[in-house]
Every structure is written in structure tokens, then in C-alpha cells.
Design a protein around this ligand. Structure first.
Ligand code: 3H9
Length: 705
């Protein structure tokens, strides 16, 4: 064996001479990413192997996976060592066959390396993908030119714009891999396969020379226009990478290979230096940071959660139930009346039926899933479950009463969680004699759809309970962020600031559709007033006490209660298409006149600033109070809980991109104009003075003060 460097070995299998197979083994934990030592090691190993007596070369990886792509941490850093292109040329131009042996995931630059081998063999559990799109990038090491030459442009477009991980069997069908190995026997099978290729005198297949599939698409440019107009494309609003990928595939179809590569390089450069990709790369790491809790050691016990109780079969309770059932965990759901129980279960069934109709799972599965839900009218039926989640409406007295009962009925060692979105969990826990078992698990609405869960650490919550709530959230496919007890926790506390300003803007004469448009253009799916119309303006409004004091009061008094009455802030036609309402406009103008402020017009930037800066300011206070562990957790709550656009990285990342100094200056200007509610958070002053960023604030344990 020759050790090439710390991460690369070269060994030979078989007797010297033509039967010998060179095996290059890469071992660079955790995911064999293409760092400078990996590229250097590969280049040198191929250099030596091609100069040896070997008749073929196998490239294989140690650890959990084949190469999972470029080293994402290195983008934007200085280029060192051999380039990936040099390694790829060395492989592709090798005078003896090169076989890539794939296990785990061959992703991004990893698959692009494998595509420079002459043949690919994979174990059945392996997956291949070009997921660069999720990082705001395109496959920039030849992937956009080679993949269409194997699977055809149509499939390549789908493959690269979704970033899907394709199972080995499907890769075999499409020609992306040439052979399947036996699970657990990859090395031996790959060597035998290489030997067989040599024995059969198979050619040195270069994907770049494979022109049939792209040439066949030259006369059908409409595949690109159709793809751009497809339903999937609607999800790309604001993202740069999908369009750049389409342009690359067009180049693959219409240009010679080397020119296509040049086009890929230009477009890759544009993306890798963009703010959008920087944000999406940040999100990649932020998603992995959330699970790391400074004072909850990794080895903290995770308690068994094999059964769950949910209290309340309303929208939240039903959605929460579905999450557990989907993960194969049975749920007992408790309501106070049979009618409420029936209604809740009917909604769950209807949701499942819709999913089945959309092809998410077979229709028979609906009954199987429903059978995992045990309806009950008594809390005592929760005496045996491992985790209980209370999801009744937000009333402290009722919640305390429920927790006092749970204290009597729940088995010792059961986790008692509340889905409250704002109430004080310490107070809820005080209703029990076991506050260390009480925790918040705040799901976002709709709970079966939104990925976010705020796991709320109360004063006495034990480390095991925290770790179990986090890991259980992960198990049901959620992204959990640990937060502390404070009104609204992290997400709703910041949302309240945005809501306050949205209302203030109206009082100053901005129209609801102007406010909504600013947030839509920023990247949100809808603005606060469209949201209000959707949810119903009359939530929390009462005819008896309404006195026309707010714009909402006046709208509700006119029975403009949102989409359900075909009128709210907007007017709606029979297809629920909104249009600006002259009635709303009149009311808003009257309020603005009353406010004593001169009528003014707002630019989109004015509005965005007024809505986003208060969120950043509140986020800074949350961070300083240690109610979130790190700024990137706040960002993940906003991305997965409220659909903040991932290409803007979350409010705190956005603040870092603006520059904390700029944020400070603007807050001070708004403070001078509107008063002390705009006073900058002390942390913003500190970071601006030191030239720091929110991202540079070290992670801290959650404060339980
Ligand atoms: C690219 O290839 C561009 C090219 O086209 C052009 C180049 C010119 N780099 O996810 P996990 C870390 S772009 C650096 O928890 P899993 C990760 O942060 C790349 N680090 O494990 C974590 O660190 P920590 C295209 C990376 O088993 C640890 O590894 N490729 C990278 O659940 C474990 O990760 C991709 O986008 C990386 N590329 O999932 C693939 N990947 O432990 C990105 C991971 O300190 N990676 N880390 O928190 C993945 O999708 C998953 O990591 C993978 C494993 C499926 C591989």
C-alpha cells in the first residue's frame, strides 16, 4: 500500500502485470468532501496508478459515503492545491479504465468526479444527485454538460433543479451507473467488475463524447420554454440557480462540450459570488447547528417515545397527530366532546385522503394511518403514553387545569409538553409536581406541513427531556430550535413587531396591498393583510365590544371579515382573486388624516425597512437575553416557521449582509422620527462599534431566568 497523503491511499489488487487493479481509497471524514488535500491526493494517486502496471483503476471511499461534493466551507476562500478540473482530466484521460465505486451518496462535485470515470458501480442503497441548487449553485464541475449526455436534457433539468437524490436502481435504469454491486461487498465487486471490463476489452467510455441524447433535443427548444413555465418553476421565484441550470442545459444541447463547459463556468461564477448563494450555504450549516446545544451534552439520554397523547383535536392537535402517525408512532387524541373529536378526526382523514389522491401514498394507507389514532374523551386514557402534547386554545387557567390532571394520570417518566405559542411555560409547569418533565413543543401552523418546532426550555426542564423533545422532533421530520420562555418565544415575538409596524403603516396611509406587495417582492408568499383575510379578520374580534377604533374594527363592522365573506382588506371575486378595495382605501385614508401626519407615499423599500428592521431589533434582544442559542437558530425558525425566503438567509443573516452598522444607523433615524420603540438593541450598538456580526456572537445556553 502507498500512502499518498493523509486522506488518500493507493493499493494494488492481484498479481503484478496486466491482471492488477489499482484501488484508490479516499478517507476524509465526515463526508469525503473535495477539500484541497482530497484533490491533491486524488491527483497524485491517479498520476501514480496510470503510470503503474495496473490494467484498471477503482476509486472508492471509506466511511459513510462516496464523495458528497465540493467542500462547502471553502467557497470564496483562496484556491490552493490541484483544481478539481485537473483531477477530472487526469481521470477522464486515463489510458486504463477508471471505475467509480459508489456507496452512501455521490453528490455534487462527488458525482461530477464519478462522471469522469469510464464506468460506475454502486451498491443498491447508494444514491446519486446534483443538489447544488439547494446551495444557490449549479453543478460547476461539468455536471450540467455530462448529465444531459446520459439521461437526456428533460430528465437532467428535473434532476438538477430539484437536487433529488436518485436511488441506485433508478441510476442503473437511466445509465447513470453501469452496474450494481452486492450490498456490503463494494470493493471486491468493483475490482471484479474492473477486471471483467479489461478481460472483455471494453472501451474507455467518456461521457463527454456521448452526443446522441443532446443532439436529439436540438430540434425541440420547446422543452426549455415548457420547463420554465411548469408548475415546479413557480417555487423558484427569487432563486437564481434554477434559471442558470436551465441555461447550462440549453448550452449542453446547443454547444460543443468544451464551449458548454465554459458557459457552465461563467454561470457558476455568477452564482457562487451572489448574496443568494451565500445565504443558502449559510442555511445549509445553520440547519445542522440547531441540534447542537452548548449545555446539553451530545450523549444526554434520549428517552423512548413509542406512543404519544395529543390533547385537543382542533387544527393544531390534528396536525400534530399526523406528524407522529406519519412517522409510525401511535397517538391517542383526547377531546372534551364526541362532536369535537369526530370533527377533528374527519379533518385528519380528509387531509390524508387528499395526500393519497395527490399520489403521496396509496389510498389503502389512509385507513392504516387512521387506525393508528385512538380517539378518547378522557385524559386518563393517556396514563400509559410516553409523550403528551397539550394543544388546546391559549388560556392559562385551562392549561393549568389540564397539567394538574396530567400530573395525576400520566405515568412517571412521561414527557408533558405544551404547544402554547406564547404563554409562560414555567407557570404551566407550576401546576404539576414534576416541572422537570414539562417542556414546550410549539408547532407552527399548519402543523403537518410546516417544518419548524420551537422546543421551549422551561426553568426546571431536565436535560433528558430537552434532548428527547429535540430528537423526537427530528424523528418526525421537523427542524427543532431550542428557545427560552418569553412572550411569543422567538418566532411570534418577532412577528408581533412586524405586525405592529404593518398596522402603523396603514395608520399612516399605506395601503394594505402596498404593504403586502413589499413583503411578496422581498420573497414571502404573502403579506400580513392577505394572511389576515385568509385567516379571518374577526379572530379575536367581537361585535359587542367593537367601537371602530381600528381599521380592522371598521372592516369587521361592515362584515368585511376576510375571504370567507368575499371582502376584508381586499375585495374577492368568485374565484377568490383579490383586488384592492375602494372601501378599505377610504377607511385607511380617513385614519391617516386623523393621525395628524401628512399624507405620504411609501416606496417599496420604505415599507420593507419598516417591517424587517423591528424584527432584527427584537432578534438582537432575544439573542442578548439568551432566549435563542445563536443567531442562526433565529434564522432557521423564520425560514421553516414563516417561509422567510432561504435566499435571504433569515433576518439575522440579512442584517449581517446589510451590515450591523447600517442597521444601527437606520434604527436611529427611525427612532428620531417615530420614538423610542425604535431604540436600537444594545447588542446592535455593541456589534456596530466592534465591527462584529450576529453570526460571530458565540452560541450560548438558553437562559431560564
Ligand atoms: C458542489 O459540489 C459544487 C460543485 O458542483 C462544483 C465545484 C467546483 N462540505 O449532513 P450531515 C458536513 S457543492 C463541507 O449532518 P448526514 C456537515 O456540515 C456541494 N462539509 O450528515 C456536517 O458537519 P458537522 C454539493 C460538509 O449523514 C457533517 O458533514 N453537495 C459537506 O445527515 C455531516 O453532515 C452537497 O450539497 C460538504 N459538501 O448527510 C451535499 N457535506 O458534523 C451536502 C456535509 O460539523 N451534504 N458536510 O455539523 C449533504 O447533503 C449531507 O451532508 C450528506 C450526509 C447527505 C452527504
Amino acid at each position: 500500500m502507498t500512502t499518498i497523503n493523509d486522506v488518500t491511499d493507493l493499493t494494488y489488487d492481484g498479481e503484478p502485470g496486466s491482471g492488477q487493479i489499482a484501488v484508490i481509497t479516499l478517507d476524509s471524514p465526515p463526508v469525503n468532501a473535495l477539500s484541497a488535500p482530497v484533490r491533491d491526493g486524488l491527483w497524485e494517486a491517479f498520476n501514480q496508478a496510470t503510470a503503474s502496471d495496473a490494467s484498471a483503476i477503482v476509486l472508492i471511499c471509506e466511511g459513510r459515503t462516496f464523495i458528497a461534493g465540493a467542500d462547502i466551507t471553502s467557497f470564496g476562500g483562496p484556491a490552493t492545491g490541484k483544481s478539481l478540473l485537473e483531477v477530472q482530466l487526469m481521470m477522464e484521460n486515463s489510458p486504463i479504465p477508471v471505475v467509480a465505486a459508489i456507496h452512501g451518496t455521490a453528490l455534487g462535485g462527488g458525482l461530477e468526479v464519478a462522471l469522469c470515470a469510464h464506468y460506475r458501480i454502486a451498491v443498491p442503497s447508494a444514491k446519486c444527485g446534483l443538489p447544488e441548487v439547494n446551495l444557490g449553485l449549479l453543478p460547476g464541475a461539468g455536471g450540467t454538460q455530462r448529465l444531459p449526455r446520459i439521461v437526456g436534457p428533460q430528465q437532467a433539468l428535473e434532476f438538477m433543479t430539484t437536487g433529488m437524490h436518485v436511488p441506485a436502481a433508478e441510476c442503473l435504469d437511466s445509465g447513470l451507473v453501469d452496474a450494481l454491486a452486492t450490498e456490503g461487498n463494494l470493493r471486491a465487486d468493483a475490482v471484479a467488475y474492473a477486471r471483467q471490463l479489461v478481460a472483455e476489452g471494453k472501451p474507455l467510455k467518456k461521457v463527454r463524447d456521448n452526443d446522441d441524447k443532446v443532439a436529439g433535443a436540438r430540434d425541440t427548444p420547446e422543452i426549455f420554454s415548457a420547463f420554465r413555465a411548469s408548475k415546479a418553476a413557480r417555487k423558484w421565484r427569487g432563486f437564481l440557480a434554477p434559471e442558470a441550470i436551465i441555461k447550462c442545459v440549453e448550452a449542453a444541447v446547443n454547444l460543443p462540450f468544451d464551449e458548454g463547459i465554459k458557459r457552465e463556468q461563467e454561470l457558476f461564477h455568477g452564482l457562487v459570488t451572489s448574496d443568494e448563494s451565500a445565504a443558502q450555504r449559510y442555511v445549509f450549516f445553520a440547519e445542522r447547528q440547531v441540534w447542537k446545544m452548548p449545555d446539553v451534552p451530545r450523549e444526554t439520554e434520549v428517552l423512548a417515545v413509542e406512543s404519544v397523547g395529543v390533547i385537543g383535536a382542533g387544527t393544531m392537535g390534528g396536525g400534530i397527530t399526523m406528524n407522529f402517525v406519519n412517522a409510525g408512532i401511535p397517538v391517542t387524541i383526547v377531546e372534551t366532546t364526541q362532536e369535537a373529536l369526530d370533527r377533528g378526526l374527519a379533518v385528519v382523514r380528509a387531509n390524508y385522503e387528499r395526500s393519497a389522491k395527490n399520489g403521496r401514498f396509496p389510498l389503502e394507507d389512509v385507513d392504516r394511518r387512521m387506525a393508528m389514532i385512538t380517539p378518547s374523551l378522557s385524559l386518563s386514557d393517556l396514563s400509559d403514553v410516553d409523550l403528551i402534547i397539550e394543544a388546546v386554545f391559549e388560556n392559562m387557567d385551562i392549561k393549568k387545569e389540564i397539567f394538574a390532571t396530567l400530573d395525576d394520570v400520566a405515568k412517571p417518566g412521561a414527557i408533558l409538553a405544551t404547544n402554547t405559542s406564547a404563554l409562560n411555560i414555567d407557570e404551566i409547569a407550576s401546576a404539576t409536581a414534576r416541572p422537570e418533565w414539562v417542556i414546550g413543543m410549539h408547532f407552527f401552523s399548519p402543523a403537518n406541513v410546516m417544518r419548524c418546532v420551537e422546543v421551549v426550555r422551561a426553568k426546571h426542564t431536565s436535560l433528558e427531556v430537552i434532548n428527547t423533545a429535540m430528537q423526537t422532533s427530528k424523528r418526525i421530520g421537523k427542524l427543532a430550535a431550542l428557545v427560552g420562555v418569553c412572550p411569543g418565544f422567538v418566532g411570534n415575538r418577532m412577528l408581533a413587531q412586524r405586525g405592529r409596524e404593518a398596522q402603523a403603516l396603514l395608520d399612516e396611509g399605506a395601503m394594505p396591498w402596498e404593504v403586502d406587495k413589499a413583503l411578496y417582492e422581498f420573497g414571502f408568499a404573502m403579506g400580513p393583510f392577505q394572511m389576515s383575510d385568509l385567516a379571518g379578520l374577526d379572530i379575536g374580534w367581537s361585535k359587542d365590544t367593537s367601537n371602530g377604533a381600528t381599521i380592522r374594527d371598521q372592516l369587521c363592522e361592515l362584515d368585511r371579515r376576510g375571504q370567507k365573506t368575499s371582502a376584508g382588506y381586499y375585495d374577492y371575486d368568485e374565484n377568490r382573486t383579490p383586488s384592492p378595495s375602494p372601501i378599505t382605501e377610504e377607511i385607511v385614508r380617513a385614519f391617516a388624516a386623523k393621525s395628524g401626519r401628512d399624507a405620504r407615499t411609501f416606496t417599496q423599500d420604505d415599507i420593507t425597512e419598516r417591517l424587517v428592521l423591528p424584527m432584527i431589533n427584537e432578534g438582537a434582544k432575544i439573542l442578548a437575553e439568551h432566549k435563542a442559542m445563536r443567531s442562526s437558530d433565529i434564522d432557521m425558525i423564520w425560514i421553516t416557521g414563516y417561509n422567510w425566503p432561504a435566499y435571504r438567509g433569515g433576518p439575522m443573516f440579512y442584517a449581517d449582509q446589510l451590515g450591523v452598522g447600517v442597521v444601527l444607523e437606520r434604527l436611529k433615524a427611525l427612532q428620531a422620527e417615530y420614538g423610542d420603540m425604535w431604540a436600537p438593541a444594545p447588542l446592535i450598538e455593541e456589534l456596530a462599534a466592534s465591527g462584529g456580526t450576529f453570526a460571530s456572537v458565540p452560541a450560548s445556553p438558553i437562559s431560564t431566568d
